[in-house]
Write a protein that binds this ligand. Structure first.
Ligand SMILES: [Zn+2]
Length: 142
């Protein structure tokens, strides 16, 4: 079991928005969830480290379950403090499609395989805990 995932205080019923809200409050850096059409760009998620917030972009055109997985994967990068996230001040909400495209292309190479596995383990571990905890899930509002 991923150590960070095991320690998390999960909302019951599980709610990804609430989880990110709690974590953001604890860290003193809000986590902003941003749906985005990413299909053609390769990765389905992106973490942007802003000056005061962590912005997690996730594929807009996919199932709620897949979106949760993407968000948790990106959250895994944030909580494991993987370096490689693009750091920039005040980009939100002026984030245009072109900017994102460029950043996606770059981020794809920035994380090590080990970091990718860790983020993926984190996502699976949280989802496993969440589905054991409750049969109810709130629908993700994209
Ligand atoms: Zn990743």
């Amino acid at each position: 079991m991923n150590r960070l995932a095991a320690k998390l205080d999960l909302p019951r019923p599980f709610d990804i928005h609430e989880l990110c809200g709690r974590i953001g409050a604890e860290r003193g850096r809000p986590i902003v969830l941003t749906p985005f059409p990413m299909t053609s760009l390769g990765p389905c998620g992106l973490w942007l480290a802003g000056e005061h917030a962590d912005i997690l972009c996730f594929e807009q055109h996919t199932s709620v379950l897949h979106q949760e997985h993407i968000i948790l994967h990106e959250l895994g990068h944030v909580l494991h403090e993987h370096s490689g996230a693009e750091t920039m001040g005040q980009l939100f909400p002026d984030l245009g499609g072109e900017t994102l495209r460029i950043m996606l292309a770059r981020q794809h190479d920035t994380f090590s395989d080990r970091a990718e596995r860790q983020a993926e383990d984190f996502a699976y571990a949280v989802l496993a805990r969440a589905s054991r905890a409750s049969g109810f899930r709130r629908v993700l509002e994209a």
